[in-house]
Design a protein around this ligand. Sequence first.
Ligand code: ATP
Ligand code: MG
Length: 395
Amino acid sequence: MKKVILIQYGELTTKKQNRNLFIQTLYTNIQKALGDEKVFIEKNRVRMFLIVQDESRMEAVIEKLKRVFGIHRIVIAYQSNNNIDELKKNILQVVQNLKFATFKVETKRSNKQFPIPSMEFSSMIGGVILKNIPGVSVDVHHPDYTLKLEIREKFTYIYGEEFAGAGGYPVGVQGKGMLMLSGGIDSPVSGYMAMKRGIKIECLYFESPPHTSAMAKNKVKDLVRELSLYQADIKLHIINFTKIQESIYQKMDPDYMITIMRRMMYRIGEAVMKKRGAYVLINGESVGQVASQTLASMAVINEVTHVPVIRPVSCLDKLEIIEIAKKIGTYDISILPYEDCCTIFLPKHPVIHPILEKAYEYENRVDYSTLIQEAVDNMETISICKNTSSEKFKF
Ligand code: ATP
Ligand code: MG
């Protein structure tokens, strides 16, 4: 029997006016996620059918689909002809391979020429299963397994194994966001959560060579590579932050170093975001996690920007963030011990309640607008995509 993959859409079915955009975006994202796999895709308003040319690639295709946002459920369906005796035989063949104690049958008869009404057909097939598979019984309320049958014009689809999809909205339907990506645990998780809401991300990384190493930079590239399983092809922008950071180190009160440094990151973030046509900044700040993330600190840091800032993990516990990081495969990379530009000049007592006027006072000691412009002008951009293992450089 021929197998097809059936994809049921996620939340997008509720968004009527945007449905076409959602389906088209999902379709494109699936094609990109599948890369070189030879798959024929047919889409309609409620779902997609995928025919995998080489059935031995089925599992690999399903693994890739599990990471595409906007998919609610992935079902392997078996295509049988509509001859009733053959149908019974084919259904048994599918069901025999599954493990369950209780079951029910649901039939959807789109083909009204088919001679047996849905309810009748369901109970007929239920009888066939009871007779041929020992030890199983019917439970219409809480079955272990629901056998779904869909009778269409030429074929009947017998639903077999089901897999949960990634949920959310197709990446891109909400436009673009700029993710401030450090090598830590929180910001990749924030990127994942933003993508899940349909935001197409580009990443921004601040490095301070020679104080930060090539290893630290490679770690960030590896994180982007993992995230690219959810959004094929992600742009990583790298800002050289050395001059700004050194001037902060030389000219500021040590307690305010982190506050000022983060204000600089936000200023550059906003400039890059606008340059790249993104609507929002995204970061991995989490309330109370470190001195720069008390509400008082966040207010003084945020003061430099006039664009929306999304902080997806702001109200999650560290353990909750770690759980997501492990699930999406970024955790093991994040915990590699390479220095970040935030940590190298770490003061002993970073201020917890910074005062805005003091930040102004310190910032007046240096001509930052020139340094910021220079950093943005010299930004390096790389495209990273895990599925094709490519890394393209652009300047
Ligand atoms: P993470 O928050 O990713 O675990 P972290 O805890 O080391 O890393 P923080 O010092 O908590 O980072 O910084 C808060 C947020 O600021 C980060 O989540 C990230 O969004 C942004 N950020 C910090 N350092 C950098 C950097 N070097 N490049 C880009 N963004 C950064
Ligand atoms: Mg953090």
